[in-house]
Design a protein. Structure first.
Length: 129
């Protein structure tokens, strides 16, 4: 499996689960807690999902990836994630790119940026055991 395929797989697994959690967050948690607290509640769950997905992808490939290669897997997945975030914010919320960037300046947006960075770098910290 190539680095690009592994990164795409890492993205698909994590984004698939994250999309489900995001729907639950938006429909059930945000109305009662507000967006910042809802994101803070979801964050540890998504960190765990990211770790498990990264570990699964690195192990599933059957390769002994070097740290730099695992970082590239994370960066490919990160690029896919940002494209999906921008595309879905347009499709589901009607936001343009400027509005999406503006949202990153909110408390929940800053938490999302931290989660994006964790998502991108987690493959570096897992190994094929």
């Amino acid at each position: 499996m190539s680095i690009i395929a592994a990164g795409a797989l890492y993205f698909l697994v994590t984004f698939g689960v994250g999309f489900i959690f995001g729907v639950v967050r938006e429909l059930l948690i945000t109305p009662t807690t507000g967006p910042a607290l809802a994101t803070a509640i979801e964050a540890p769950v998504m960190c765990t999902v990211c770790y498990l997905a990264a570990r699964w992808v690195v192990r599933r490939t059957g390769k002994a990836w070097q740290a730099g290669q695992r970082l590239m897997i994370g960066l490919v997945a990160f690029a896919c994630l940002i494209a999906a975030e921008i595309g879905l914010s347009r499709l589901l919320r009607g936001w343009d790119f400027a509005r999406w960037l503006e949202d990153l300046h909110t408390a929940e947006g800053r938490m999302s940026l931290v989660l994006f960075a964790i998502f991108a770098t987690l493959p570096v910290f897992v190994r094929r055991a």
